[in-house]
Ligand binder design. Structure first.
Ligand code: AHR
Length: 494
């Protein structure tokens, strides 16, 4: 069997730009996501800049991280930002009720986060508390971080050592309002959103991108109700959360999984195509001009925690299976970039499908990190739509499309094609017909490993890493390659 991919016209003036924000991340006050992960404090022996680990900063800068969502997640709707500013010894403690019941000392707050974003070269995406907060609190936060005019909040910020505002564009108005964010109905939430959003203004300076807490998975009624009931001038994005999961009660291990569990996870991950298509179709009904973005601000694989770790910390290892999830999902987002204009992998460091794992002074990059880094060539490039006639990956009588792909042309004219073969048992022959692309030079990189269950560990940190891929044959306007089982390949044509 053979897979054929057909690229469409490159420069037809209609192809959307793949927003770089599709490659964004998420950092919650959860387990060692912040403390120990990003932040060790400025008295730590671990090399740091203002308390933020230097190894993490360097790795994320290389990967390119366009926006970072913080402080939650569920935590966001319990977070009172004023507890996290001013002298650290005066900041009150709280209980992190969602994640392990641990004490949160608020030592990592607004200044620490926004200064960290500057170090990372990333734009902040603040998730506001509407579940247990107030309209005043959220509108004050907006003023505090983004206003340079004279007002009580900008004065308070200056007292706390920051003269010039940071200018925060991205704002979440609550999180999972249907669940941990307040168990609201969509009608009730839409009204709450209208109220909060009205009072969120940067004081005329800087852009404002307000994201409504979106649907879980296939809750299409949620999206429909929001699109119908929220005046479009008050909202710039509507969210969607979808995790690749087998069963909430029985998620299965992150490393020692069976092929059946692999198949099930890929089935769940690949459902993203249907979800994004159907939520987009609803949005098209109310917003045919596609002004409002679909923001998939939580996605990724979710498994049982690593044995003997705190169940509330959601710490899991990351294998080639995760590389498959990342490669396939990012291809879906690229191909839907007309409507999907931001997405945030859950989560960045030490939580769920992390790109980085830390153990005291040690740090490793996961297979997911490598996919994100290989795919960063698509950031802000122009999409080249394509069709894929794919071979199947079969398990018993069940089947999934084996090959997924997306392509783009960057501002220097280089065309990149990202390909994933999810079949863990069989190499696949793939032909890519290039249409009007006249390139003569091809290079590539590949990420793969012997076994699906392989991962990078603190003792073997570079077991899985991208290697040059030299086996692509470019001839007569087509590329022919053999994709090894369970591999991600990114080709560059110029
Ligand atoms: O990412 C972990 C949790 O998953 C988030 O806090 C919540 O929004 C979602 O249910």
């Amino acid at each position: 069997a053979q897979t054929t991919i057909q690229l469409s016209a490159v420069d037809n003036g209609k192809n959307p730009v793949i927003s770089k924000y599709i490659y964004s991340h998420f950092a919650e006050h959860l387990g060692h996501g912040i403390y120990g992960g990003f932040y060790v404090g400025d008295t730590s022996k671990i090399p740091n800049t203002n308390g933020v680990r230097n190894d993490v900063i360097a790795a994320l800068r290389k990967m390119k991280i366009p926006a970072l969502r913080w402080p939650g997640g569920c935590f966001a709707d319990t977070y009172h930002w004023k507890d996290g500013i001013g002298p650290k010894d005066k900041r009150p403690e709280m209980v992190n009720r969602w994640w392990g019941g641990v004490t949160e000392d608020n030592s990592f707050g607004t200044h620490e986060f926004l200064n960290m974003c500057e170090l990372l070269g990333t734009e902040p995406y603040l998730a506001g508390n509407i579940g247990s907060g107030t309209v005043q609190e959220l509108s004050d936060w907006v003023q505090y971080v983004s206003s340079d005019s004279k007002n009580p909040m900008s004065e308070l910020r200056k007292q706390n050592g920051r003269d010039k505002s940071w200018k925060v564009g991205f704002w979440g108005v609550g999180n999972e309002a249907w669940g941990c964010g307040g168990n609201m109905t969509p009608e009730y939430y839409a009204n709450e959103f209208r109220k909060y959003s009205t009072f969120m203004a940067n004081g005329g300076d800087g852009k404002m991108f307000r994201v409504a807490s979106g649907a879980s998975d296939d809750d299409y009624n949620w999206t429909e109700t929001l699109m119908k009931n929220i005046p479009h001038g008050l909202v710039e994005g509507v969210a969607l959360h979808h995790y690749a999961i087998i069963d909430w009660g029985k998620k299965g291990p992150s490393t020692n999984f069976t092929e059946k569990q692999y198949f099930q996870i890929m089935q769940s991950a690949m459902r993203m195509e249907e979800l994004v298509t159907k939520h987009s179709a609803i949005m098209d009904k109310y917003d045919p001009g596609k002004k409002i973005a679909l923001v998939v601000d939580e996605w990724g694989g979710w498994y049982d925690v690593e044995p003997s770790t705190n169940p509330g910390f959601l710490y899991q290892q990351n294998t080639i299976r995760d590389a498959m999830i990342a490669g396939v999902t990012l291809n879906i987002f690229n191909n839907h970039s007309e409507r999907v204009r931001m997405a945030n992998l859950a989560q960045c460091v030490n939580v769920l499908q992390a790109v980085i794992l830390t153990d005291n002074a040690k740090m490793i990059l996961t297979p997911t990190y490598h996919v994100m880094e290989m795919y960063n060539v698509h950031q802000d490039a122009t999409l080249i739509p394509l069709t894929v006639k794919t071979d199947d990956y079969t398990l018993g009588t069940d089947k999934l499309p084996a090959i997924s792909a997306s392509a783009s042309k960057d501002k220097d004219g280089v065309v990149h094609i990202s390909l994933v073969n999810i079949d863990p048992n069989k190499a696949k022959q793939v032909t890519v017909n290039l249409g009007d692309i006249k390139s003569t030079h091809i290079t590539g990189r590949i990420l793969t490993s012997q076994k699906l269950q392989d991962y990078n560990s603190f003792t073997e940190p570079d077991k899985i890493k991208p290697e040059p891929f030299k086996d692509a044959i470019l001839k007569n306007g087509a590329i022919n390659i053999t994709m090894p089982a369970a591999s991600v390949i990114v080709l560059a044509l110029n």
